[in-house]
Write a protein that binds this ligand. Sequence first.
Ligand SMILES: [Zn+2]
Length: 287
Amino acid sequence: MASIGIDVGGSKILGIVADSKGRVHKSIKVPTPAIGSRKVLQSIKDIVHALSNHTKPKKIGIGFPGFIEENSKIKNLTNIKGFNNFNLKKNLCFPGTKLAIDNDVNCMALAEKKWGALKDIENGLCITIGTGVGGSLILNGKLFRGSNGFAGEIGHIIVKQDGWKCGCGKKGCLESMINKKAVRKRAIKKGLGNISPQKVEELSEKGNKKAIKVYEETAQYLAIGLDNAIQLFDPEKIVLAGGISNSKVLLKETIKQVKKLSVSGKKVFIQKSPLGKESVALGASIL
Ligand SMILES: [Zn+2]
């Protein structure tokens, strides 16, 4: 029997119908409403309704950004407005169907462990880089949540003293230095204009030096963040997902910089998620 998995991101909401082998049978994607939790909730309900048209799902899982407490309360969400201290489960009801909610990157890690890059890996780290930056840890083969469910949230470790202001209130967080907004800011500074990170990526692939520099600089901060995580958790593999991770320059430069920073000399494998854009939704389907 199929389940529904939903990935609520800062710029889009993706819903899928997946089976127990991780095969996606149907998917719907809509832009995330810019303001108001009510509109976001309505979009989630509409997606569930549309996906349930053919088969009644066994369960519904939602991957949501931010810190999610055990009672499904969202805390300190920096990239979607209107959800701070919001109890998602209380405000969403699908009669007769089990509903589960978890942090979006925790969902990604569950999917990568079951079907993706961490399948045979005991210790790994998953990171999404988009509107926000999230992280999740697989330690000793299992999702590691920490004491309060916030473990692995690498987006808010500081990688530059007095750096760009982050949505969480601090300055120089990894999120504020490498997210979509940061790539845009660098592109403007380099004279490329206010263009999307995807456009910067396209230009860099065509050999545009300024565009290459934008992603090389972004990689420097990502590498500092990853090095911190490597020193703490000694992972075998780091898996990247989200719009910004599509940049080949970013990946190549990050691998180079992480190697430079390495104290142990041991190679940590860094790769893009093989499950791609559906990794969070797939993980949500098995919550
Ligand atoms: Zn922050």
